[in-house]
Design a binder for this molecule. Structure first.
Ligand code: GGG
Length: 364
């Protein structure tokens, strides 16, 4: 039996609802596939900050480092400045553990209506550079409160950072259609973005079957709305990748569906799995949250931990629950978070029974 130790940080807002929902499904999948998932819960986040003045304990990263993966819900609270909540938890985890790839699939799912008139299936992946770029500590504020108050924020692109993101994306494109789109803004941002373009171009040359198109991010945003089905793999900087993935998931029907994997591809450190959405304080505590982004992130975690069959089973189960009309309100349904979770659990059983029947027939 494979055993994995998973650190769980439900965090803030709807994270506290969608994480337990996803863990119930993961536990059942683990039983069916003879896996042992040991979940260790950390009560870190904005409430912890209000009590202790920090989002996690001083040795928080050391505590996480001993785990095989991290399963995160959401961070952010109206009571805590966003700079504190993000830079006190999620960003240190991504950086300390060199989770330099943020993989964000964008896919239409049966049972979820896209807001687009054309009902052509969308199936693309955004590879977001996750450790540098516009999310930089370099800069500062001066002359606070005076008429000449100013703020400076530097973007940092390194050859290492850009080339490893481009290389990951090119390798993914090579296993898919061979078509890679790089998000740029090199007409306006005249130092960092031409450098991004050059390093992406050079890196992709090592992947003979892959063609890269450099698309200005404003045009790419329009492309994602007008013809998203013509896109396959998109590589983008930290900020542009974040914006494009909210847009991408919205054109498939809801940001509540979108999963993500913050990967340390070498496996030297734990990777982190979280939905793309935030803590949604407006709907928190009402049982309205869509747990699909969190459950799908759990499927990505199982895949990363080396269990593709278990991951496919979980994916098929939530897709089946959506197809059968059990979606939450954001996708046009009426189910609560727990009603949807019950439907996923029922689909896990139904698919497991099918699987057992198929193995029985093939054994006789
Ligand atoms: N699901 C994790 C979460 O709460 N993300 C909110 C957020 O603002 N993340 C910022 C980012 O990914 O850069």
């Amino acid at each position: 039996m494979s055993t994995h130790n998973i650190a769980v940080i439900a965090g803030d807002g709807i994270g506290k609802e969608v994480v337990p929902a996803a863990i119930t499904c993961l536990q059942r999948i683990a039983d069916v596939h003879a896996l042992k998932l040991n979940f260790t819960y950390f009560d870190w986040g904005s409430e912890y900050y209000l009590q202790h003045g920090q989002m996690m304990p001083t040795d928080g990263l050391e505590q996480l480092a001993t785990h095989d993966a991290i399963f995160l819900g959401a961070v952010g609270s109206p009571e805590v400045p966003d700079t504190e909540s993000l830079w006190g938890l999620l960003i240190p985890i991504r950086r300390e553990f060199q989770q330099y790839i943020n993989l964000r699939p964008v896919k239409t799912l049966d049972g979820v209506a896209s807001p687009l008139a054309a009902k052509i299936p969308i199936d693309l992946v955004i590879v977001r550079e996750n450790n540098e770029g516009e999310y930089s500590e370099v800069g500062g504020r001066m002359y606070r409160g005076l008429p000449h108050e100013s703020a400076v924020q530097e973007t940092i692109f390194t050859r290492l950072g850009v080339s490893r993101a481009a290389s990951f994306a090119a390798s993914l494109a090579s296993a898919r259609s061979g078509q890679l789109t790089s998000a740029t803004k090199s007409n306006g941002i005249i130092h960092t973005m031409p450098f991004w373009d050059e390093v992406v171009q050079e890196t992709v040359q090592d992947y003979p079957g892959v063609t890269v198109t450099h698309e200005l991010v404003d045009a790419l945003a329009a492309h994602l709305v007008l013809k998203p089905w013509t896109l396959d793999v998109i590589v983008a900087s930290n900020l542009l990748g974040d914006i494009l993935s909210d847009l991408g998931s919205s054109v498939t029907g809801s940001i509540g569906l979108a999963p993500s994997a913050n990967l340390n591809p070498e496996g030297h450190h734990p990777s982190l799995f979280e939905p793309v959405h935030g803590s949604a304080p407006d709907i928190a505590g009402k049982g309205l949250a869509n747990p699909v982004g969190q459950i799908w992130s759990g499927a990505m975690m199982l895949e990363h931990l080396g269990h593709p069959e278990a991951a496919a089973h979980l994916q098929a189960a939530f897709e089946s629950a959506l197809r059968d009309g059990h979606g939450t309100r954001d996708v046009g349904g009426t189910s609560s978070t727990s009603e949807f979770t019950t439907a996923v659990l029922a689909a896990i059983e139904a698919l497991a029974a099918d699987r057992a029947a198929v193995s029985e027939i093939s054994a006789s």
